[in-house]
Ligand binder design. Structure first.
Ligand code: NAD
Length: 524
């Protein structure tokens, strides 16, 4: 756009100084110039300002070493969209776009940068002052070919590969990445500077660098393994992915290759996509804290709408708000799961709001401790009311809706106490109620499977939640640790994948199962 504006300005100058040029032509020249001049500042202004903006100001003095803010923001978006954790960067480290990408990476993400240029053109201390994310960048100096060979030898795969088109051997680098599988299956290659300020498509260009970039674009465009699109962002950014159909051509000759559901993915879905819960409606009881809160986040992150149900409305509201902040549709509800009217109201509310219940996460539970000879009827009833009667009421009410739908996933929270007798704490009522949860799960799991409902339970070991922070239980932590092969208590995040798996289509053949996640404790 800069080039267009420059040429338009010259044309306008000539037009203004020539009395024979019609006014209308001057008018249209001015209009075209306004559009050309206005675009870049507008795009820049409308791109959200991030921390890197301050870094941009810092490195700006060295114009040669600066790439634009907008491109940095675009690359950040790409990193986010791909869900990238590992990035390979081949080229000279200019500007702050590499830092913008580093910021978009998760904490354990990493950029491997192959460059002989000094980092960013500024001292690393200066970079650290402006962004702590530079720790995610590891710069590999030395001959590029050797570095790339080393990465292949180490079996590295990258989610994204960045190649600067404006460098010697860009074609070789692209081919090396593709031929040696440095890009993971669904990864993306971005090639920067593929438009060379618009020169790449001009017929009359003789500049060697521009011709080399043109060749690179053509090589990629005619490579049957990939699809590409070039975006006119600053110097031009090509976005390249493996062509989904390319495997046909590549493996047709290999007779032994079986192209069935295992090859293409069940229903054409790859395994991680099969865990997605988009469009599903879930509720989680006891969702206001601890394990239930973690389950609610996990189900929401996987795509489900989630109703947070808890005895204490305020707790449920906080968690529902957390989910909404992450863009997950969520509502909060108060209900005592041991009360049939509350349970019915809970399900009615969910169905009225979202039209269905696909995932019932019956997790609310309480734990009380006493020696068996002293266990009061009150303690027994209280424990059973929440842990077993409540769970039965929820399963039955959700099950009735799911039977009508012909589909449903019920996930109950049992406990390792259903398998072993945890000690030294004494908890007869709790252990017995949780064994009941498993038997209830097995019974429903077999009774309803032929009508589309799967019922499973998760049995956590000792999880670090408020449930075990009571005055009675706190002193026992050290004692428990000696009983756990894993050598540590479970965190609620250790349980999240299991609930997503059991809620997803990927576990459809599983029913009546008690999935223990206890760091091996039930085996000792
Ligand atoms: P927690 O005490 O941290 O949270 C339980 C939540 O359930 C609370 O928000 C509470 O308000 C709510 N609740 C209690 N009674 C309710 C009722 N009648 N109706 C609706 N909501 C109610 O507990 P947690 O550790 O997150 O445990 C969740 C589940 O996991 C329980 O079933 C528990 O037995 C089981 N579990 C916990 C552990 C552990 O070590 N924490 C281990 C195995 C199993």
């Amino acid at each position: 756009m800069g080039q267009i504006a420059e040429n338009l300005m010259k044309a306008r100058e000539i037009a203004l100084s020539d009395p024979h040029v019609p006014e209308q032509l001057k008018h249209y020249l001015q209009k075209a110039l306004d559009v050309a001049l206005g675009l870049d500042p507008y795009l820049d202004k409308m791109a959200t300002r991030e921390k890197t903006a301050s870094l941009e100001a810092k490195v700006k003095p060295d114009k040669e070493c600066t790439s634009g803010y907008l491109k940095g923001q675009v690359l950040r978006m790409f990193v986010h969209m791909v869900g990238a954790k590992s990035i390979l960067f081949i080229g000279s480290l200019k500007g702050y776009s590499i830092l913008a990408m580093a910021e978009a990476l998760p904490n354990d993400g990493k950029i491997t940068a192959c460059s002989i240029n000094p980092y960013l053109g500024v001292k690393s201390q200066e970079v650290s002052d402006y962004s702590s994310h530079d720790k995610k960048i590891s710069v590999k100096g030395g001959p590029l070919a050797d570095t790339l060979e080393e990465l292949v030898a180490a079996g590295k795969r990258f989610d994204m590969v960045f190649i600067d088109a404006d460098q010697r051997n860009a074609v070789n680098n692209y081919n090396f990445v593709m031929d040696n599988h440095l890009l993971r299956m669904d990864g993306v290659i971005c090639v920067e500077n593929t438009l060379m300020k618009g020169q790449v498509y001009l017929e009359t260009i003789l500049d060697e660098n521009v011709l080399a970039v043109r060749k690179l674009n053509n090589v990629i465009n005619s490579d049957p393994r990939v699809e590409q699109v070039i975006l006119p962002v600053e110097g031009g950014v090509s976005v390249i992915r493996r062509s989904p159909t390319s495997t046909d051509g590549v493996i047709e000759s290999q007779k032994a290759v079986v192209k069935d559901d295992v090859f293409w993915g069940y229903n054409g879905c790859r395994i991680l996509d099969r865990l997605r819960l988009d469009g599903r409606v879930a509720y989680v009881t006891g969702g206001g804290q601890g394990i239930g809160r973690a389950f609610a986040h996990a189900l929401g992150e996987a795509g489900a709408k989630v109703a947070i149900v808890d005895l204490v409305l305020a707790k449920a509201e906080v968690v529902a708000e957390e989910l909404r902040l992450k863009g997950i549709e969520s509502i909060a509800m108060a209900a005592d799961v041991s009360e049939p009217e509350d349970v019915q109201r809970m399900l009615d509310t969910v169905v009225t709001r979202w039209g269905a219940v696909h995932i019932a996460c019956n997790n609310a539970g309480i734990n009380m401790n006493s020696a068996s000879e002293d266990t009061s009827l009150e303690e027994w009833d209280k424990t059973f009311n929440v842990n077993l009667r409540g769970l039965f009421l929820c399963c039955q009410a959700a099950g009735r809706i799911m039977l009508k739908q012909g589909y449903g996933k019920i996930i109950n929270t049992a406990s390792m106490a259903s398998l072993i007798v945890p000690h030294p704490q004494k908890q007869l009522a709790y252990n017995t109620s949780k064994a009941g949860v498993v038997k209830l799960t097995q019974t429903l799991g077999t009774e309803w499977i032929d009508r589309g409902i799967r019922v499973n339970c998760i049995s956590p070991g000792i999880v670090d939640t408020p449930l075990i922070h009571s005055e009675d239980l706190k002193p026992l932590v050290q004692r428990w640790l000696t009983d756990i092969p894993a050598g540590k208590l479970a965190q609620v995040t250790d349980l999240q994948a299991a609930v997503v798996y059991l809620a997803s289509e990927a576990s459809d053949y599983m029913t009546g199962h008690n999935l223990a996640i206890e760091g091996g404790q039930s085996l000792w």
